[in-house]
Design a protein around this ligand. Structure first.
Ligand SMILES: [Zn+2]
Length: 266
C-alpha cells in the first residue's frame, strides 16, 4: 500500500524533536504529502479530556479495565492538555518511590481514544501523534506493563518519554546505580559515569532516533511488519539503549531488504 498523506501532531514542549528536520527526512524518503498539526491533546474539550484520563494506568501488574477516573486525575489531565511541558514536573520513573506515582497510560487504550477523535480516517492517510506522555503496554508473558516508545498502526503514537524510558540501560549502569545507592549517592553519579550510553531527557540525539521510529510506524502501515531482526537496520526493535543508539545513530540506515521496500514508496 502507498501512503498519500502523513499527518504529524507535534509535541512542542520537546524542541529536540526538531520537527523541520523530520519533515525534510520524510520528504526525502516518501512521495506522500507531509502535514504538521498542533499538539493533538491541546484541542480536546472537557468530555474528551475526561475520556483521555480514563486511559491512565496506576498498577503495572493489573491489566487495563475501564474505570471512573478520580477528579485529581482529570484536573491533571486538563493541565497537561493545556500545557504539555508540565509533564516534566511529574514524577519520573527513577525518582518514584511508588511506580503508581508515575503518570502512565495504556498505549492501546490511548490509541483507541485517539482513533475515535480522528473521525475521518482513511487507509492512505497516516496519523502519527507525538507525545511526552509515557505509553505502556501489558505483556501477557510476564503479566505486567512495560513502557513502550511506539504504538504502531493508524493512528500511531510516538512517545518521547517512552524512547527514553522503555529500552533498558546497560546492566553495568544498574549495578553502578545500586552500588551508589548503598553508599548514599543518588542516581546522577551513575548517570555521569555512563554519560552518552543512553538517552536522557532533552537529549540532542532524539530527532535522529525518532526518524527510525517513524520508519517503523510507516513500515507497519505499508507492509504489516514494523520490525527487523537485523541490528544493522533502523527497523530493529531495540530492547536496550545501546542497541537503539547503534541502529539509529551509528548505522542510521535500513538493511538491503527494507531499503528496497522504501525505494518503492518514492
Ligand atoms: Zn531491515
Amino acid at each position: 500500500m502507498k501512503l498519500k498523506k502523513i499527518i504529524i501532531y507535534d509535541e512542542p514542549s520537546i524542541p529536540e524533536i526538531k520537527i523541520s528536520n523530520l519533515v525534510n527526512f520524510l520528504k526525502d524518503s516518501f512521495s506522500a504529502n507531509i502535514i504538521i498539526k498542533n499538539n493533538f491533546f491541546q484541542e480536546l474539550d472537557e468530555s474528551e479530556i475526561n475520556l483521555l484520563s480514563k486511559t491512565r494506568i496506576f498498577d503495572i501488574y493489573k491489566k487495563y479495565s475501564m474505570y471512573e477516573p478520580k477528579q485529581k486525575s482529570i484536573m491533571l489531565e486538563k493541565e497537561l492538555c493545556k500545557n504539555s511541558s508540565l509533564m516534566e514536573n511529574t514524577i519520573k520513573i527513577e525518582d518514584a518511590k511508588n511506580i503508581s506515582d508515575v503518570v502512565m497510560y495504556d498505549g492501546f487504550e490511548m490509541q483507541k481514544f485517539i482513533r475515535e477523535q480522528i473521525k475521518s480516517t482513511t487507509n492512505d492517510t497516516l496519523h502519527i501523534i507525538f507525545t511526552n506522555r509515557l505509553t505502556c503496554t501489558f505483556d501477557e508473558s510476564d503479566s505486567r506493563y512495560h513502557g513502550r516508545a511506539v504504538i504502531c498502526a493508524n493512528p500511531a503514537i510516538l512517545s518521547t518519554t517512552g524512547i527514553i524510558e522503555a529500552p533498558a540501560k546497560s546492566k553495568e549502569f544498574y549495578i553502578q546505580a545500586m552500588a551508589n545507592k548503598s553508599q548514599g549517592l543518588d542516581i546522577n553519579n551513575a548517570k555521569a559515569m555512563h554519560k552518552g550510553e543512553f538517552l536522557e531527557y532533552h537529549d540532542s540525539r532524539l530527532s535522529k532516533i525518532m526518524e527510525g521510529y517513524i520508519l517503523q510506524i510507516i513500515f507497519y502501515n505499508i507492509t504489516g511488519e514494523s520490525f527487523c531482526e537485523c541490528l544493522d537496520c533502523r527497523l530493529n526493535n531495540a530492547h536496550w539503549q545501546r542497541d537503539l543508539l547503534y541502529s539509529q545513530i551509528e548505522v542510521s540506515k535500513l538493511c538491503k531488504k527494507h531499503q528496497k521496500i522504501l525505494d518503492m514508496q518514492k
